[in-house]
Ligand binder design. Structure first.
Ligand SMILES: Cc1cc2nc3c(=O)[nH]c(=O)nc-3n(C[C@H](O)[C@H](O)[C@H](O)COP(=O)(O)O)c2cc1C
Length: 245
């Protein structure tokens, strides 16, 4: 019998509800969703429960799909009524956990590759290599309106931009070679300039010179095929799944 392992991932929203609508109204619900302790408790609970990954879903707007109004979202505390920034929440959870994978939903349509590559690399270093990225292109009209657009990019445009976005982020993560960060106080040599490279990316959507100002991730992201890259980036930005046995 092959030694198959079950991997558990929790799909959470940093707000009033995740899976169950009106969850915030449950008499036993911990209501302090604007406190660090609230999310640290979730992280510890998942780690005790042998979960491999916590991933925080996100949308960059309060949805107004119901009649173009915010009323129902806000009045009933629905999924999109309030969402804290996933990267900030995960950084706090990183400090309260040791093994749990930390997955942030981040948009390739409304972010810039340099900023996102840096933020994820930072979370990865500070969490000991546990950062993960749920790559989304953002499909809600309400999000486009928060970024200077009257309507959203076409689906094709969103995915074309996403492909180039991933290419740039990967180049930035690889702009420091293995061993480039030396930190030799005697010589002194903090980092080896011969091992840190500009990326000089010039494309349809982005022009990025680089290098990234955060050293190399604690893992290999050298895969070149875009699809493989998308899967690698989306699922396993972590040194080997933690077995649930
Ligand atoms: C498990 C799962 C989680 C998702 N989480 C998010 C999310 O947090 N934010 C978001 O904007 N889209 C999210 N999506 C939507 C996808 O990014 C995508 O827009 C959707 O699957 C439609 O696919 P399409 O854009 O290729 O039409 C999620 C999709 C799935 C299947």
């Amino acid at each position: 019998m092959p030694d198959k392992k079950l991997h558990l991932a929790a799909f959470v929203s940093a707000g009033p509800v995740s899976g169950s609508p009106a969850g915030w109204r449950h008499p036993e619900a911990d209501g302090d969703l604007l406190s660090a302790a609230y999310y640290q408790n979730i992280g510890r609970l998942l780690e005790e429960g042998r979960f491999d990954l916590l991933f925080i879903a996100d949308i960059l707007a309060i949805p107004d799909t119901l009649g173009g109004s915010l009323n129902s979202q806000l009045r009933y505390g629905a999924l999109g009524a309030l969402r804290l920034d996933p990267l900030v929440v995960l950084s706090i959870i990183a400090g309260a956990t040791k093994h749990l994978g930390l997955g942030a939903t981040l948009s390739t349509t409304y972010a810039q590759p340099y900023v996102l590559a840096r933020a994820l690399a930072t979370l990865d270093h500070l969490s000991g290599g546990r950062a993960a990225w749920n790559i989304v292109t953002s499909f809600q009209e309400a999000e486009a309106r928060n970024f200077g657009l009257t309507e959203q990019l076409s689906r094709e445009g969103r995915y074309e931009r996403a492909d180039e976005f991933l290419e740039v982020v990967t180049k930035l993560w690889n702009s420091w070679e293995d061993g480039a960060l030396v930190r030799d106080r005697q010589t002194p040599l903090f980092a080896d300039p011969a091992r840190v490279h500009r990326i000089d990316h010039s494309g349809k959507w982005f022009n990025v010179r680089g290098p990234l100002n955060v050293s190399r991730l604690r893992k290999d992201v050298r895969s070149s095929s875009k699809l493989a890259l998308r899967i690698v980036a989306a699922i396993s930005l972590r040194d080997g799944p933690r077995s649930s046995s």
